[in-house]
Design a protein around this ligand. Structure first.
Ligand code: DP6
Length: 363
């Protein structure tokens, strides 16, 4: 059983080069069983499982240079698509503070962080999972310079551990196509500290599973995820919800192994609506769905009934709809999306994605 303290390195034996750079991409992910509610230090209140995406990713280049005068402050510049991005800095500062004990070299360097997303920014797609994921693997590349003997297992596990400290769901954006985060009885070696690859063979029905993301609303959310998680403290249904997530995770495990798409559809939609039900029953209560979110859901239900195809939706903490469907039905479903759903999207925007594999180092 790995503990948080296992990620505090011994004094480094290597003297690292004075400067250098790494570049990694990390994808977004979409939860099937949702993480909603957390304890201190980014420990999830319940386990979750997600599909890693392939096309929606953040690409981050991390340049590092030994400071002339080591100081007590973190030193970094941050660029989004080539332009200085001051408003991202507090989040990065907080991330550095949280991971400092695990990466004792942070204050020795000046960092230049240059980041870009493959999806339109301000699309309402959370870039925190892919963004923190990409930062975490870059930082692990630097740590590997200090400690070249580090095993691959340690590299990936600690990358996910660090990503979690940036944003919970980011720990599921590091490695694997199906990732489980949060200790539970169904998945051996599952942990609250990092994501693990789903250990069973996933049924071929889920191969190249499609996720078309309908951009319903690109505006600022009325309530951030961080605040939403907070509201699960003292929530009247919290304990039942956390219990249910454990049960749903066990169910999802079986579904993914057996390839039962009818059960998949039912469980995924139920999880999405439960997540939003938690928001609506928080105090203060809030609604992140928009009228067009509901229009789309109803159209999907009608289409599913008429076509018999196993298309379903899921939602994250926002108004956008993820339409999930088997690769073999891609053409028909895309046609349906174009004909009937994109009218509900802002500027008719949508993004075609599918299951991917995780973070990738770029040359
Ligand atoms: C609804 O990971 O964005 O997408 O840990 O506060 O950064 P923080 O929250 P975040 O929460 C995501 C919640 C969700 C469900 C999920 O991805 O499991």
């Amino acid at each position: 059983m790995t503990k948080a303290t296992d990620f505090i390195p011994q004094a480094y034996r290597n003297n690292v080069t004075e400067k250098g750079s790494f570049q990694w991409s990390a994808p977004s992910n979409i939860a099937l069983v949702k993480y909603w509610g957390k304890k201190e230090n980014q420990i999830p209140a319940n386990p979750s499982i997600s599909f890693t995406l392939n096309n929606c990713k953040t690409i981050t280049k991390l340049e590092f240079e030994l400071k002339d005068n080591p100081s007590e402050n973190y030193s970094f510049d941050l660029f989004l698509e080539g332009k200085p991005k001051e408003d991202f800095k507090p989040k990065m500062q907080k991330f550095f503070e949280r991971v400092e004990v695990y990466l004792p070299f942070l204050k020795d360097f000046h960092f230049t962080i240059s980041t870009e997303n493959t999806f339109p920014h301000s699309s309402g797609i959370a870039s925190s999972a892919s963004g923190m994921g990409a930062m975490a693997v870059n930082l692990m590349s630097i740590e590997k310079l200090f400690n070249p003997e580090m095993t691959d297992d340690y590299f990936w596990q600690k990358a996910s551990f660090l990503a979690r400290l940036g944003s919970g769901s980011a720990c599921r954006s590091i490695k694997g196509s199906v990732v489980v985060w949060g200790e539970n009885d169904s998945i051996e070696n599952s942990s609250d500290l990092y994501g693990v690859e789903f250990p069973e063979i996933v049924h071929s029905n889920f191969q190249k599973y499609q996720d078309t993301i309908l951009l319903v609303d690109k505006g600022e959310k009325v309530v951030s995820s961080t605040v939403g998680h907070e509201l699960m403290h003292n929530h009247p249904f919290a304990q039942n919800r956390f219990q249910q997530a454990h049960e749903n995770l066990a169910r999802m495990k079986q579904i993914l192994v057996e390839g039962n798409l009818d059960k998949f559809v039912e469980l995924v939609e139920s999880e999405a609506l439960t997540l939003h039900a938690m928001m609506m029953t928080s105090m203060p209560y809030f609604i992140l769905m928009k009228p067009n979110t509901l229009e789309i859901i109803n159209k999907i239900w009608k289409f599913r009934q008429q076509s018999g195809l196993q298309v379903c939706f899921t939602l994250d903490a926002g108004a956008n709809v993820h339409v999930l469907y088997p690769n073999k039905n891609k053409e028909e479903v895309l046609q349906f999306i174009k004909n009937e759903l994109i009218v509900y999207c802002q500027n008719q925007q949508y993004i075609c994605d599918e299951i991917g594999n995780g973070a990738l180092q770029l040359k």
